[in-house]
Design a protein around this ligand. Structure first.
Ligand SMILES: Cc1ncc(COP(=O)(O)O)c(C=O)c1O
Length: 340
């Protein structure tokens, strides 16, 4: 194991020893290759550089209490990457190949998997890009899928605690029939300005309404929104939000806890009615929301009056984390143990 201050890791990039790559040429995927370089040679006219022909994923490996390393729902990430590839005219990487690449990159970088006690994890970043040259707007003929891994601490420095969000109306991240439900780089480029605006004003992140009517809750920065109202778990139905794997998992657990699940359009006016709310995703599992400030109208929607996370989201957070870290058995078969 490397000599790293595991407890003080941020959610950032740290060089590790190996990454894995696979190339698509002449209509077929080749063999998985291992590389110790942080760089890749790139044609200056590659379609990923000019036309953003790229998609990516994000998933984590956890060192369990029992010393076993678990990766969470990697097949679902593989399938989501396939759907992003389909929409961007890139070849789909077979699910089994994706999973083998995850296994390889975790094994090769096993010395960088943070210890159980640190509460940190190994973040795995797959990306798939068009690499061959074009000048006209058309898909590439050649592609590369690359995966690297880097140890990460909590997404928010303070860990599981509430933060405030800034509702932005002047910048959309995605159009209703655009790319929002796919994990493609352009969506994140589109979000940087609003994210920075929110940050400069002291918010943890920006909060989006639907681009068409500005009436319904869409995404919570780079995470899905969840609201708790009585015994109901409410989450937006929208054509422009990313289908979060963590949200899908929490929905399952909440349902098994006896909660009612409401996946529907959520008017932002309803914000004042939630007992608890949070942003969910791989990075933080759940980031509880303290309040959402409409920075244009000045209206504030207070969710947590005492500034603390509520009991329902706290319970769901712990239930999911316990599965990821192998503290409790995984009744859903979501985790894959990686033989190191
Ligand atoms: C825009 C966006 N929404 C939601 C999520 C949460 O998705 P997941 O739970 O699969 O990490 C992410 C992070 O991956 C994201 O980037």
């Amino acid at each position: 194991m490397k000599d790293i201050d595991w407890s003080n890791l941020s959610f950032g990039y740290m060089k590790t020893d190996w990454n894995v790559r696979i190339w698509y040429k002449d209509g077929a995927w080749g063999e998985i290759e291992e590389s110790d370089s942080e760089y890749m040679p790139m044609h200056i006219a590659a379609t990923c550089l000019h036309y953003g022909q790229e998609a990516f994923e994000g998933l984590k490996a956890f060192m369990g209490q029992d010393g076993k390393v678990r990766v969470f729902r990697m097949k679902d990430n593989a399938k989501r990457l396939q759907s992003s590839c389909k929409r961007t005219m890139m070849p789909e990487l077979p699910v089994d190949t994706f999973c083998e690449m995850v296994r390889r990159v975790v094994r090769l970088n096993k010395d960088y998997i943070p210890p159980f006690e640190s509460g940190a994890s190994l973040y795995i970043r797959p990306l798939l890009i068009g690499t061959s040259p074009e000048v006209g707007v058309k898909p590439a003929r050649e592609y590369c899928c690359l995966m690297f891994a880097t140890p990460v601490g909590p997404y928010f420095k303070g860990g599981f605690q509430t933060t405030a969000y800034a509702l932005v109306r002047s910048y959309d991240r995605s159009a209703p029939l655009g790319m929002g439900k796919y994990k493609v780089g352009g969506n994140y480029a589109a979000s940087l300005y609003a994210h920075n605006l929110a940050h400069e004003k002291g918010y943890s992140s920006e909060f989006y309404l639907d681009a068409k009517e500005k009436k319904y809750i869409d995404e919570c920065g780079a995470a899905n929104f969840i609201g708790i109202k009585g015994n109901s778990y409410v989450t937006p139905k929208s054509t422009s939000i990313l289908p979060s794997i963590v949200n899908r998992s929490l929905i399952h657990i909440a349902g098994d806890n006896g909660m009612d699940i409401e996946i529907r359009q959520v008017p932002f006016d309803e914000l004042g009615e939630f007992d608890e709310a949070g942003a969910c995703g791989t990075a933080a599992v759940i980031s509880p929301i303290e309040r959402i400030d409409d920075i244009e109208t000045g209206k504030s929607y207070i969710i947590s009056r005492d500034g603390k996370p509520g009991p329902v989201l706290t319970k769901l957070y712990n239930q999911l984390r316990d599965i990821q870290y192998g503290i409790v058995p995984d009744p859903y078969d979501w985790t894959t143990i990686i033989d190191l």
